[in-house]
Design a protein around this ligand. Structure first.
Ligand code: PEP
Length: 255
């Protein structure tokens, strides 16, 4: 498998942080620091920040994503946002299946699959999150679990559509906890995911797929994680809220 054929992507996941006014300040601080990066730079922000951030990134190399979308196009789904609505604003990416959505908001492998379908149909690039809880790692079922999450989410996704999918391996025990997976652990599971994709499609499709690691990646550990052969980027929570830290990670991915 050849890392050089893949695009590295560093994506920030702001979660439920930053008002529109704060978002503008953060993006304006970030833009000069990540200018000219040799990797994709994406910020996934709360719905209410999208308008402001889309405006603030004009003329920069920063792309914008949402943190979720509903699977229906429109209708009686109070409080939800459709993929078409996001696209109509100019949003290009959407995170789907983040563990916080699965844990706190009832997202399942089945609803994740439906959201992936809707996002692809609308033309969004999907950052699909998979990952195990600590109990599952301790049980020794990480590989099986992540393989199953990947297979279900990609059910019905064609080989051609795979170019609009990024998979983020995010061990749940490492998210927001300061506990990072070791570089070897991260690479091992990213490599399992690539193998699953090779089995579902073919080696060329797997070789071309961007697979990120996410889970307490920060300015200090990014280089070692991103140096791994199957880790093509990062989904960054906490450290994406600090322009300087985020830019160090972007630089590590640009080498
Ligand atoms: C995330 O929210 O996807 C994430 C990886 O968070 P953190 O970097 O804070 O662990």
């Amino acid at each position: 498998m050849n890392k050089k054929v893949r695009k590295a992507v560093i994506a920030g996941n702001w979660k439920m942080n930053k008002t529109p006014a704060e978002a503008k300040v953060l993006v304006e601080e970030m833009a000069p620091l990540v200018k000219g990066a040799d990797c994709g730079v994406v910020v996934c922000v709360p719905y209410v920040d999208l308008c402001t951030v889309l405006d603030a990134v004009k003329g920069t190399n920063i792309e914008v994503g949402a943190e979720n979308c509903h699977w229906e196009k429109s209708g009686a789904y109070t409080g939800e946002i459709s993929a078409d609505m996001l696209v109509s604003m100019g949003v290009q990416y959407v995170i789907i299946g983040h563990s916080e959505r699965r844990t706190y908001f009832g997202d399942t492998d089945v609803t994740v699959q439906k959201r992936v379908r809707a996002a692809l149909d609308a033309g969004l690039t999907v950052i699909l999150c998979v990952g195990e809880y600590l109990e599952q790692r301790e049980q020794g079922i990480t590989d099986e679990l992540v393989a199953m999450q990947t297979k279900i989410a990609l059910g019905g996704v064609s080989k051609q559509e795979l170019s609009k999918i990024i998979i983020a391996y995010e061990p749940v025990w490492a998210i927001g906890t300061g506990k990072t997976a070791t570089a070897e652990q991260a690479n091992e599971v990213c490599s399992v995911i690539r193998g699953v994709v090779a089995g579902l499609y073919d080696n060329a499709a797997a070789d071309a797929l961007t697979i990120q690691y996410g889970g307490s990646m920060n300015a200090k550990n990014a280089e070692e994680l991103l140096d791994q052969p199957d880790v093509d980027g990062g989904l960054i929570g906490g450290a994406s809220l600090k322009a300087a830290d985020f830019s160090v990670i972007v630089k590590a991915a640009s080498r």
